[in-house]
Design a binder for this molecule. Structure first.
Ligand SMILES: *Cc1c(COP(=O)(O)O)cnc(C)c1O
Length: 240
């Protein structure tokens, strides 16, 4: 192994161990929480190193980069789109993306459903919720998602798997915990709600937690954590 591969192997092992410990602390089983390795700032060799270590769920925030990497990398990878998606990029990413975490408006959801219909499939999406209400953030506000929910549940070619959020960037763990808890409560509320076609929606997934706060997120019920910088710590000074 090269030094780069060693570093990534050690980082990945450390993140997995922290995930397992957080599961243990909260009485959850390890296999309830999936790791999406966020590779938006990673060089292609680093991504290949992760893949060779058995990490098959990868997340990108830019549609173009996701599409390009999905073409270049082995095809057993599950690609997750975690960043803002413009409607004119839906065609580009939908065929190569397993889960869109960042569905942040009704207009976008309508477009995704339409495109999935044309491809004769259903698209798996998470609704991105701006729980903290920060102006700089994408996502439905809590009230907006409640208001849009009846129409969202009627979009035919979507599989709404759950919700996604980002906690405010800060060292205040309590603040992040409160945001994650509110996302879980919103999920429970929507899951129990009636809609024209059925009673109750499973909404199994909660995508929450990044390098700085994934352990707290797991304690609050995350089923998917999105971790980037912790996996590549120690590599930023290396020349490609
Ligand atoms: C970059 C990014 C992450 C990963 O953040 P790190 O702090 O590097 O772990 C997770 N989620 C989203 C939406 C991101 O854009």
């Amino acid at each position: 192994m090269t030094a780069m591969q060693d570093t990534i192997a050690a980082n990945l092992a450390a993140v997995r161990q922290q995930m397992n410990q957080a599961c243990q602390r909260s009485g959850r089983s390890d296999d309830e929480v999936a790791l999406v390795a966020v590779t938006k700032y990673a060089q292609p060799e680093w991504v290949r190193a992760l893949i060779s270590l058995g990490q098959t769920r990868l997340g990108e925030s830019r549609p173009q980069q996701l599409a390009q990497r999905a073409n270049e990398m082995p095809d057993n990878i599950e690609w997750h789109l975690i960043g803002h998606l413009q409607r004119n990029k839906v065609d580009l990413v939908l065929p190569v993306t397993q889960l869109i975490h960042s569905a942040d408006s009704l207009r976008l959801l309508r477009r995704i459903s339409q495109t999935a219909g044309r491809l004769e499939r259903r698209a798996s999406v998470l609704l991105e919720v701006n729980v903290s209400g920060e102006e700089s953030k994408d996502g439905f506000t809590l009230d907006a998602v409640r208001a849009a929910w009846p129409e969202i549940t009627r979009l035919e070619h979507l599989e709404i798997q759950g919700l996604m959020t980002m906690a405010p960037r800060s060292d205040a763990v309590d603040q992040s915990r409160a945001v994650f808890r509110q996302l879980r409560e919103l999920r429970d509320e929507l899951a129990a709600s009636e809609s024209p076609n059925r009673t109750g929606h499973p909404l199994p997934e909660l995508s929450m937690g990044m390098s700085g706060d994934f352990e707290v997120a797991i304690e609050e019920g995350a089923t998917i954590v999105r971790v980037g910088s912790s996996l590549f710590a120690g590599l930023s000074l290396e020349t490609p």
